[in-house]
Write a protein that binds this ligand. Structure first.
Ligand SMILES: Cc1cc2nc3c(=O)[nH]c(=O)nc-3n(C[C@H](O)[C@H](O)[C@H](O)COP(=O)(O)O)c2cc1C
Length: 167
């Protein structure tokens, strides 16, 4: 049962606030559509590791997303775990208007996966399975390649604010 402290706040907002108390990283999920020069992509914090064999990660995407239908058509997508200096990239890749990739350094590989320069980790993935989950869709992504940048500290998202890991 959902906790019932007296509140005028709508349930969706209360849930959003409750979920935000779980600190996460931020990933950029990006791809270069066939025959195009400009990538599509979005910032996400629902990323989680799922399985070692087969190698799987998951993201959860709002069914209202306008970017998702284009991303979901890609054969290959890049997942970049953002570094602590990439708050601007997260803001840009979640913007509703304008060019999301302006002032964001990206690189596409031959599969069409797009990764961001300055990230802590790059994964190259294909779509393994989509699972309907309420007002979101869980996408299970199979990992085809990875590259670590161990010296890069991750960006942290907590209570709707960007933070860094401090020793
Ligand atoms: C830190 C952060 C994390 C986000 N995580 C998710 C997520 O996990 N799933 C999702 O669907 N949208 C997420 N968003 C929102 C998307 O980045 C984007 O703003 C939203 O999908 C609206 O744009 P669109 O209609 O082009 O998809 C996140 C935004 C930010 C700033």
């Amino acid at each position: 049962m959902i906790e019932t402290t007296p509140s005028e706040m709508p349930l969706a907002l209360r849930l959003r606030r409750a979920f935000s108390s779980f600190p996460t990283g931020v990933v950029a999920v990006c791809a270069l559509p066939d025959g195009e020069d400009s990538p599509v992509g979005m910032a996400m914090n629902s990323f989680t590791s799922i399985s070692l064999d087969p190698a799987l990660v998951a993201i959860s995407v709002a069914n209202t997303s306008r970017t998702w239908p284009r991303l979901a058509e890609a054969t290959s997508v890049g997942v970049s775990v953002l570094g602590h200096g990439q708050e601007h990239a997260s803001r840009s890749l979640s913007a509703r208007e304008g060019d999301r990739f302006e002032n964001v350094d990206w690189v596409a590989d031959e599969s069409g996966a797009v990764h961001l320069e300055g990230a802590a980790l790059w994964l190259t993935c294909h779509f393994h399975r989509l699972v309907e989950a309420g007002d979101h869709t869980i996408a299970l992504l199979g990992i085809d390649g990875l590259q670590h940048f161990d010296e890069v500290e991750p960006l942290v998202f907590h209570q709707s604010r960007y933070r860094s890991i401090v020793a």
